[in-house]
Ligand binder design. Structure first.
Ligand SMILES: [Zn+2]
Length: 84
């Protein structure tokens, strides 16, 4: 059984996920923050992909920063925006 611990700061506005934000499931760097009526969950890209279909209908807000993955993983050759 999983306990969800939510740290409530004064006025928490979802803005930007940092390196310190970790996936609640596996501990990898989080790229998606899901706000639920019961609190917030952080997911890495992999785990969010797995749960997206179930979370979307109940989420009150989703902060999806998975596009940062492409920018980070390939700094020299950016994700191709134009097909060759
Ligand atoms: Zn994960």
């Amino acid at each position: 059984m999983k306990t969800t611990r939510v740290e409530v700061t004064e006025t928490f506005l979802p803005r930007h996920l940092s390196d310190h934000d970790r996936c609640d499931r596996c501990g990898s760097q989080a790229y998606v923050q899901v706000s639920l009526p019961t609190g917030q969950l952080l997911f890495c890209a992999h785990d969010y992909q797995e749960f997206e279909a179930r979370l979307r209908p109940i989420a009150t807000a989703v902060l999806d920063e998975r596009d940062r993955l492409h920018a980070i993983s390939s700094p020299g050759s950016a994700y191709p925006s134009t097909a060759p």
